[in-house]
Design a protein around this ligand. Structure first.
Ligand code: SAM
Length: 291
């Protein structure tokens, strides 16, 4: 059955129903002195997921304006498609889109332990048409021309840091994408932040060494053309209810960057609101075709 377009509400409802049922079963087994391992495994996954449901910031990230479904629509994902999810992280792009497209198959590649967490989350939502692998996006073990679609949802700035990386990455993604296949990139670029904020954040990412940056849209478009992709569409998306008031900037930025923020940096910000890469004011969707 195809899930509704408003995917996050649907997922939360599903989670809450399962959580209630499993909690009751666990309490019952405990009382009766049973050690039911499959049930405990299920309960353990649900407890991890509860962390998402209880955190406002995580919920914002889970939705990003229903952005994962919007990217899937831009890519025209349909039954039978093989979709490569590059930098799949916790797996939310593949899981959310797979719920809506049970006839397509999703292959997430991720270079951290999050690939295993993604599998656990897929189990919670009963998603069968996803696979998550610990593979490097620059060196994929897949044959040539095997995917119909490639998606990079809020991941390109975790994978590529400059024009040279972008070219190398796009060459590898081009290799595994079939001719005429589409690649979709959803990303908050420097240009998506107001005034000088993009530049300030980019500098903070460089100093905090947390494996992330902000890229320039112009660099990504340049690298796509250099690797012989045709840029089919560039769309700007605005998000509501993201960021924090500038008065909370110090704590907000410290939480996101994991390092103390010098006052000189805070004073250089010219906006009265603050945002970061994973909680941006808006982002850009690029759709490109393999010629
Ligand atoms: C922000 S997460 C992506 C979020 C995810 N696409 C979603 O829908 O929620 C970006 C991920 O890219 C991963 N990454 C970084 N370099 C990579 C590489 N060379 N190959 C594969 N994944 C990589 C990071 O470990 C990180 O988990």
């Amino acid at each position: 059955m195809k899930a509704p377009r408003d995917i996050v509400d649907f997922m939360i409802k599903l989670f809450k129903e399962k959580y209630r049922t499993v909690c009751a079963k666990v309490a019952e087994q405990k009382k009766r002195g049973f050690l039911d391992v499959p049930l405990l495994k299920h309960y353990s996954r649900l407890l991890k997921m509860r962390k998402w449901v209880e955190s406002e910031l995580r919920m914002r990230y889970l939705s990003l304006g229903n952005g994962r479904i919007i990217l899937a629509e831009k890519l025209g994902i349909r039954d039978g498609d093989r979709v490569l999810d590059v930098g799949s992280g916790d797996g939310w792009f593949s899981i959310q889109v797979a719920l809506r497209h049970p006839g397509a198959t999703f292959y997430g590649v991720e270079l951290s332990e999050e690939f295993a967490e993604a599998m656990e989350y897929a189990e919670i939502f009963g998603v069968k048409n996803v696979y998550f692998f610990y593979f490097d996006a620059y060196d994929l073990p897949f044959p040539d021309n095997v995917f119909d679609k490639v998606a990079l949802f809020f991941s390109i700035a975790n994978i590529a840091f400059n024009r040279k990386d972008l070219v190398r990455l796009f060459m590898e993604l081009r290799r595994v994408l079939r001719k005429g296949g589409l690649m979709g990139i959803s990303e908050p670029f420097v240009e998506d932040f107001p005034k000088n904020l993009g530049e300030v954040l980019r500098q903070l990412y460089a100093e905090s060494h947390n494996g992330e940056t902000l890229l320039y849209l112009s660099d990504v478009v340049w690298a796509l053309r250099k690797t012989n992709f045709k840029v089919v569409e560039i769309t700007k998306v605005e998000l509501r209810d993201t960021g924090a008031d500038i008065g909370e900037a110090k704590e907000y930025l410290r939480r996101h960057y994991g390092v103390p923020i010098p006052d000189s940096v805070l004073l250089s910000i010219q906006t009265d609101r603050i945002w970061v890469h994973d909680d941006p004011p808006g982002y850009t969707i690029i759709v490109a075709k393999k010629r």
